[in-house]
Write a protein that binds this ligand. Sequence first.
Ligand code: A2P
Length: 345
Amino acid sequence: KSYRVAILGATGAVGTELIELLDRRNFPLAELKLLASPRSAGKTLPFKGEQLEVEAVSEEAFKGIDLVLASAGGSTSKAWAAKAVAAGAVVIDNSSAFRMDPTVPLVVPEVNPKAAADHRGIIANPNCTTILMAVAVWPLHQVQPVRRIVAATYQSASGAGARAMEEVKAQARAILAGETPTAEAFPYPLAFNLFPHNSALDERGYCEEEMKMVNETRKIFDAPEMQISATCVRVPVLRAHSESLNLEFSEPFDPDRARDILARSPGVRLVEDWQANYFPMPMEATGRDEVLVGRIRKDLSHPCGLELWLSGDQIRKGAALNAVQIAELLVKENWLQPATAAVSS
Ligand code: A2P
């Protein structure tokens, strides 16, 4: 069996990666439809040696579509997801619009694949930093429950889209030419700089990105009690995020045991050469499917603490790959069925 698939946000950073992954992973496609804003209508994008024309999203566009991979931002998802579901499609949504909706599964296939079975037409793809952390922490959490996570992130420009990546390159060129860099996609110049994540702050001083790591991880792990605190920072890296994670268990967790477990875990690649001081780097995580994990060591400040470091491609496993893996899971388990119940919006 093959499926009629639409990508909403096909011209974006994640959208173009989705197109490439559907091809490379041989997703059983009967048809691929590329949708974006009216600005992009008529543009063409390459797929399997052909040029496919981008259409402006419309209700009409979802007719006959089995699966929508949406990556066009929260407001676009809010505007179109229910319409796509009403037209009989299942939507895998990359935006934050539906992630915390209790009727919408939030899925990382390595962690909670079964949650996808209960969809009512929409499945949410978690936030990128959350996905990368979940892939690395879940295998350890299975052996000994994690009580508390303190995370610091080093996030690339790609999280803010294709325009933000171009902006950082332009800023770098400006600075090297002795000019003053300008910023539009970001509030401040990111090239040769860094700043705390530019999402909205709550009354306690946490930004949305940090609270996504808290709330989404609890939902994916089905661990509402897990204590999580995060500091999210943008760094002048193009497309892979890194994270420093401090994990606290209820008993000591031997770093060698953690290494053995992670070396065998799906979606993880252990990258450690202590002699060479060689550990995961965003440049090496770029373009790879796995989350690179390493620098696993005992927390000197706590007997039950473990430190680890990771880098993962934000656009790949942090977004597009996770969405395509969810789609593959739906196909494999025969869960790619139109919703029968009404969707909350
Ligand atoms: P467009 O290129 O036509 O603006 P990124 O995350 O890289 O910024 O990409 C965002 C994606 O979402 C792009 O494909 C963009 O299309 C699409 N998009 C943004 N706003 C809308 C909208 N109102 N309707 C449909 N697609 C949209």
